[in-house]
Design a protein around this ligand. Sequence first.
Ligand code: CP
Ligand code: NVA
Length: 354
Amino acid sequence: MNNQFEGRSFLKEIDYTPTELAYLIDFASHLKTLKAHHIPHPYLQGKNIALLFEKTSTRTRSAFTVAANDLGANPEFLGKDDIQFGTKESVVDTAKVLGSMYDGIEFRGFKQSTVEDLATYSGVPVWNGLTDEWHPTQILADFLTLKEHFGHLKGLTLAYVGDGRNNMANSLLVAGAMLGINIAIGAPVALQPAPAVVALAQQYAQAAGSTVVITADPQQAVTQADALYTDVWVSMGEQVDYGERIKQLLPFQINTALLAATGKSSTIVMHCLPALHDLKTQLGAKLGEQYGMTAFEITDDVFQSKQAVVFEEAGNRMPAIKAVMAATLGNLFIPTVDCKINPNAVRTKKISFP
Ligand code: CP
Ligand code: NVA
């Protein structure tokens, strides 16, 4: 084993130490530079990668595909309607079969337990491309974007407003705290993060010297924020009443007034995408007509403004994912970046949701 990442899965942020996460962000930046300078980096030459998608995707699927190709690997897309997974074959049996053929597996879907089981039973590195609980490759790209913009992460303040208990809120809250970013979550009480997630973030924030604020007051949440972040108000797979969700989250919409409430002119605006910032989608048009809205979680003027870095984040998904795949499967020489914590102990840490 050449490095501490080799052979490991990336299932949620807390599987890694803060130093390891920081390393992956910097490694992503390095790989981005190599690509920009047309320097080949075929670290996964001859490897085969399964891309398993229970939910739809534009960015994650494209990023894994392009990253695999750049690394010299062969990616194979296995959509929910293409394979027996879940309908005729169990997760465990599927994991054993895929693990016998593929060198690495990406999974996007509903349950966190599915991606954990795939890792346990396949015997190859498994990478979480989003579950209902975490979106770990997204935050690597987001924090790479933040670092590119501000030059550092520690001491920055990021305010996430909207659905505070979805995968993005969980990942930004915990991983942000791990990396010393002050995190504020602005969400109505009914949509605030689970106590277990808040406790985890507080524990990491204490170690990193950063702060965690959970508030139902949107103005308080965004005060002095260097970055404002939001996500869709209804996540993939959620069966909720849109009208009710809109009523709950409208005060947390990112618009010019909320942006001004940060009190800083340098605040950047982030979104993992896709975004309902206008009515130019089938869903946006339908909801706009039904509820008399022109935008949802973010208004179009802010989305299109110079302060928005949403497409930089999207572009950074590829080097971030490439870094995870190369570090865990590339048999690279990586000097030990954190010898304090036994990675096996970190890997088995479980948290429970209500
Ligand atoms: N941000 C993100 O995960 O985008 P996709 O759903 O298009 O993959
Ligand atoms: N919370 C969103 C993130 C999409 C990238 C969802 O799960 O649909």
